[in-house]
Ligand binder design. Structure first.
Ligand SMILES: Nc1ncnc2c1ncn2[C@@H]1O[C@H](COP(=O)(O)OP(=O)(O)OP(=O)(O)O)[C@@H](O)[C@H]1O
Length: 255
């Protein structure tokens, strides 16, 4: 298998005042294979979001190396990085950050229209298809005040998919959702992953992690344990068994 992400000895430090700095990521080594579905768990403040932002090129590592599809991205100029993020990566967040003055379908189309030579009609067709896939095509022309949190997160997923990314990064994408919407969003992400898109998400929720195939456990800026599982097969017994085994594993690791 080919690695889509390779992080080697990654450190992230931030300056706090004049003489103080915080060492957030400590010599992290991480490989993510193409097509994998990975989750990151760990106590609050352990560095999960920082890891996600640093391996995706949303933030700058302090030292080490991050390769995306074999290409070093750690030292790229912001313009180059922005191109990679736009073309090859999709991002979903707990705060969905949709534009208020645009309809939901226009929000989905937005990242594809950044390029001047975009074919607007084709982008519209693609956005419509994505809204259909996530079951919210009837909301295409609504604005963000006319949809629920779960529906808005589906819009966020459609927006993340509009440029056919190789990988989707999610920072607690279900963090603000009720359990029903969480289930629906995870089913959509599992479906997308099944079709070949790599997915990496940060989560506090064992039920969410149980839908992924590898859980990284972070403590104090280090990945201290990893749990590899078979891909979720959609069966309720399978998910129950996985949740239980993750809970047991977390307890063994002191969570
Ligand atoms: N830009 C920054 N400046 C100062 N401190 C930061 C910065 N970014 C992160 N931190 C700190 O680094 C630590 C790790 O933050 P991070 O958000 O990655 O943790 P997390 O595991 O995702 O936490 P949570 O589960 O609460 O979201 C925290 O103590 C946080 O306050």
């Amino acid at each position: 298998m080919t690695n889509i992400i390779e992080a080697l000895s990654v450190n992230k430090k931030v300056k706090l005042g004049k003489d103080n700095e915080l060492h957030i990521l400590k010599n992290i080594n991480l490989e993510i294979e193409e097509g994998e579905f990975v989750s990151v768990m760990g106590p609050s403040g352990s560095g999960k979001s920082t890891l996600l932002y640093n391996v995706s090129g949303m933030d700058r590592i302090t030292s080490g190396s991050v390769k995306f599809k074999g290409r070093e991205i750690g030292g790229l100029k912001e313009e180059e990085l922005a191109k990679i993020r736009l073309k090859n990566m999709g991002f979903i967040f707990q705060d969905i950050n949709l534009l208020k003055n645009l309809s939901l379908i226009d929000n989905v189309m937005f990242p594809a229209l950044v390029s001047k030579d975009a074919d607007k009609k084709a982008v519209h067709q693609k956005a419509k298809k994505l809204l259909e896939m996530t079951g919210i095509e009837m909301l295409a022309d609504h604005n963000i005040t006319q949809a629920s949190g779960g529906q808005l997160q589906r819009v966020g997923i459609c927006r993340a998919l509009i440029n056919n990314p190789d990988i989707i990064f999610g920072d607690e994408p279900t963090g603000a959702l009720d359990s029903k919407s969480t289930k629906e969003i995870m089913s959509i992400l599992a479906e997308i992953n099944k079709k070949g898109t790599t997915v990496m998400i940060v989560t506090h929720d064992v039920k969410v992690a149980a839908k992924t195939e590898r859980v990284l456990y972070m403590v104090d800026g280090n990945i201290v344990a990893q749990k590899k599982m078979r891909k979720y097969n959609g069966h309720p017994d399978d998910i129950k068994e996985k949740e239980e085994s993750i809970m047991k594993w977390l307890a063994e690791n002191g969570f």
